[in-house]
Design a protein around this ligand. Structure first.
Ligand SMILES: [Zn+2]
Length: 403
């Protein structure tokens, strides 16, 4: 293909080496972060080349250099290792999975999509979201005697850095900006908007970012709050956290939101305590899947990190089995079954215990672990597997959400 034909909006590149389906999926998903001039990068069916979909006016050499560096980083990922399945549940409902659940919920007036990765919901969607959250919370209280907590949606950059988030997911961070504390700048912003049709944002040099962010992982805000505590055997804490991950153009209905809710459980204490807590989480997920009658599995996680750190992190994650994912089958736009990551079960070793001075016993850094359940994804999965007819849902759930 001639790389210099500018009005041809795509260029084919050979991949530096063959990749498996999972890495191919990651390449496509993360490609929205490569360049403002690249719309998408799509991997060919034989997974030997990619099509780089360019936007008009792209400075070809510069953009292709970026694309090549991105692909070189992505293909270094460890791929093809065995994914271990730790738990698998089968639903009792015999009906087919339902397509286009997002559209179905919107048309019934139960879901409003703002179009930027946030949704509003009501009726059965809200009732189901609350029921999933409440059921999980009650199981955590019963099984772990977990203490209820509340944490803010904002988090400071120092905490995120200490949590290692800038190393693992620098592309997903959201910083908050404020108009500078300057009378003229504030006045200019006010005046501009008083007579404009749409919203006018302040000039770039009139906005400052002072290090407040939107929290991207439910458990992070708990570690500073536990700092200086001595756990002795161990403690469990649970709450409903609001989480924000910048997904650029990957947002898509309830599948991939910018802002979502997570029922979080954090356990901290001795190694034996944390190991025991993790083991108890599998039957809890099994009970949740049974309550909502869902096909579900727990397996080794391989979620994508930002390209340049992917290789090292992914290997570590798989080798240590430190992260398991709760995957629930749903349908993609073409009607094919795909596994939606609806939660994760993580062991952190003494990483947070050391960084935030949380002690298990005098002098020894606590081990920690967490279980996060993405509420909106559980809702999407449940509607995909049971549809909109109350008779296909478990009686107890149907009575509560369709009442
Ligand atoms: Zn967590």
């Amino acid at each position: 293909m001639n790389k210099h034909v500018l009005d041809e909006p795509q260029i084919v590149l050979d991949l530096p080496r063959d990749v498996d389906a999972e890495v191919a999926g990651d390449i496509e998903k993360e490609s929205v972060f490569v360049s403002p001039y690249i719309d998408r990068i799509l991997v060919s069916d034989d997974r030997r080349s990619v099509r780089v979909l360019l936007r008009r006016g792209a400075p070809i050499d510069e953009v292709m250099d970026k694309a090549k560096r991105y692909l070189a980083a992505m293909v270094r990922q460890v791929s093809g290792f065995d994914i271990k399945v730790f738990l698998e549940t089968k639903r009792r409902d015999q009906g087919d999975y339902v397509r286009d659940v997002n559209a179905g919920l919107v048309s019934r007036g139960w879901l409003h999509d703002y179009g930027k990765g946030q949704v509003a919901y009501s009726g059965p969607v809200l009732k189901l979201a609350r029921l999933i959250d409440r059921t999980a919370g009650a199981l955590y209280t019963r099984t772990y005697k977990a203490q209820d907590r509340h944490f803010p949606a904002m988090i400071d950059a120092e905490t995120l850095k200490a949590c290692g988030y800038f190393d693992s997911h620098p592309n997903a961070v959201t910083f908050l900006g404020n108009v500078v504390e300057d009378f003229d700048a504030i006045e200019e912003f006010r005046k501009a908007n008083s007579c404009s049709e749409g919203a006018l944002l302040p000039a770039r040099d009139h906005v400052h970012i002072d290090g407040m962010c939107l929290n991207p992982a439910a458990c992070f805000p708990c570690y500073p709050a536990l700092s200086g505590h001595v756990m002795h055997d161990g403690e469990c804490h649970t709450w409903l956290g609001r989480v924000f991950r910048y997904e650029s153009r990957n947002i898509n209905g309830l599948d991939r939101l910018y802002e979502f809710n997570v029922r979080e459980l954090v356990f901290a204490g001795t190694e034996a305590y944390v190991r025991d807590c993790r083991a108890k989480s599998l039957p809890i997920v099994e009970e949740l899947a049974s309550t909502f009658d869902l096909d579900c599995r727990i397996q080794t996680a391989t979620d994508p990190f930002f390209a340049t750190v992917s290789a090292a992190k992914k290997f570590w994650q798989a080798a240590q089995e430190v992260k398991n994912e709760i995957k629930i089958p749903v349908l993609d736009a073409a009607g094919n079954t795909k596994l939606l990551a609806c939660g994760s079960i993580n062991l952190h070793g003494n990483f947070f215990g050391t960084r935030f001075n949380i002690q298990a016993d005098a002098g020894e850094a606590a081990q920690t672990g967490c279980v996060g359940l993405g509420i909106e994804r559980w809702v999407l999965a449940a509607f995909t597997q049971h549809g909109f007819d109350a008779r296909r849902w478990p009686d107890a759930v149907a009575q509560e959400i369709f009442a």
